[in-house]
Design a protein around this ligand. Structure first.
Ligand code: HEM
Length: 403
């Protein structure tokens, strides 16, 4: 069967997910630049595969196309594969890189951020309340809240933030040309190297300064490129993913006022909203890439050693094998909201408790402040971002007060 070319514009990710599912899972897909990978969209298949030590995220060891130079620096998704971080590491290297920051993301440490996150949400709501009746809630709320949180955690100065945000946007834009992606890569590393230089000169109570201190103590614990790569990983993960969760949760509730009423009355919890949103609209559609360390048989298909693998987290949340014929419907009352939006196995999202906390604070705060909130356009007119990796809207126009 011919590989299915993934739409780089990501204009209909769920329609595409359904078409891919019909071909069977795993199935071959073509990424921009002609790179071929096995897309896996069954939740149980992903769990089985990622429990298997024969799947790796390290291209340097386990992706022959990378090692042998068939996929080059000019590939537009190079930034997803090349940085040396826990995201692209395996085994001992992965444990070493993850353990350097994991203390900062335990449920207890995360909970201690609650008052600061509430203040950030309140400030943003004050700004919205002082503005026009119709506002873009992605730009005015869903975006700045997680960015402020991650930038404070990592000691990113205010004047560095706009450049970072622009670079992260291009990183997730899968329509970027190889030249655009390369220029963005240079810009991104310039900004991150500057950030490291600033925090080296003026250390603070933040995770960038902690990483710099860990490296100063022992160079072997963290190389300079791993330090910069780790910052890139957190800035990217902190910018786009929680933004999409808030964006989709707000849009879904406004499109389903009956369900919003049942949450506001206390019949259902905000946690039901976030879990159902993560299932229905996984904020990260597909995550590049993994590699088969050996031949793997998965439901009658053999993935050959060295083949690339792409987990389809958004399609997996709508797996009809698990969620039945209503898998495509947003329904906070469904008893089983199983999803895989934070990944699975050793690379399970380190920021999951932080993402949940932000949503648990930001959503009720918004709906309490603006009880008459309504979408300013029909839900069908919300346009997706141009990406098969990031799943969010380009804008979320909403009416804050009754007309
Ligand atoms: C709703 C919000 C979020 C979603 C849906 C999400 C999703 C994911 C997914 C799917 C992965 C696994 C990728 C894979 O290997 O297949 C991941 C990994 C990761 N996420 Fe998140 N993420 C979110 C928020 C955050 C936040 C707020 C942070 C930190 C500020 C964060 C930090 C990380 C890190 C460091 C990893 C790499 C873990 C590893 O490779 O061991 N994420 N995330």
């Amino acid at each position: 069967m011919q590989p299915f070319p993934l739409d780089p514009t990501g204009q209909d990710i769920h329609g595409e997910g359904a078409r891919l599912r019909e071909r069977g899972s795993p199935t071959l897909v073509e990424l921009p630049g002609g790179v071929i990978a096995w897309l896996v969209s069954g939740i149980d298949q992903i769990k089985k595969l990622f429990s298997d030590p024969w799947v790796s995220k390290d291209p340097r060891q386990h992706w022959p196309a990378w090692r042998e130079g068939r996929v080059t620096e000019d590939w537009q998704l190079h930034m997803w594969i090349s940085p040396r971080t826990m995201f692209t590491a395996q085994g001992d290297n992965h444990r070493r890189l993850r353990s350097l920051v994991s203390k900062g993301f335990t449920p207890r440490r995360t909970e201690s951020l609650r008052p600061a996150i509430s203040r950030i949400a309140d400030d943003l709501l004050d700004k919205l309340a002082a503005g026009p009746d119709v506002a873009d809630l992605r730009t005015g709320y869903a975006y700045p809240l997680p960015i402020e949180v991650v930038c404070r955690l990592f000691g990113v100065p205010d004047d560095v933030r706009p450049g970072l945000r622009q670079s992260v946007d291009v990183l997730f834009d899968t329509t970027a040309t190889p030249a655009e992606a390369k220029a963005n890569e240079h810009r991104m590393y310039e900004i991150l190297n500057d950030l490291v230089a600033i925090r080296r000169r003026e250390p603070g109570d933040d995770l960038t300064s902690d990483l710099i201190a860990a490296r100063a103590e022992d160079n072997d614990r963290l190389t300079e490129s791993e330090l910069v790569g780790t910052l890139l990983l957190f800035v990217a993960a902190g910018h786009e993913t929680t933004v999409n969760l808030l964006d989709h949760a707000i849009a879904a509730l406004l499109a389903h006022p009956d369900q919003l009423a049942r949450v506001r009355s206390g019949e259902f919890r905000w946690r039901d909203v976030t879990e159902e949103t993560l299932r229905w609209q996984a904020p990260v559609t597909n995550v590049p890439l993994r590699y088969a360390v050996d031949d793997i048989e998965l439901d009658g298909v053999v993935i050959r050693r060295g083949d690339a693998i792409l987990p389809a987290y958004a399609a997996a949340g709508r797996d009809p094998g698990l969620h039945g014929p209503t898998a495509d419907a947003f329904d906070i009352t469904r008893p089983d909201k199983t999803h895989i939006a934070f990944g699975y196995g050793v690379h399970y999202c380190l920021g999951a408790p932080l993402a949940h906390l932000q949503a648990e604070i930001a959503l009720p705060a918004l709906f309490d402040r603006f009880p008459d909130l309504a979408l300013a356009v029909p839900p069908g007119e919300l346009r997706p971002v141009r990406s098969f990796i990031s799943n969010g809207h380009q804008a979320l126009p909403a009416r804050l007060r009754p007309a």
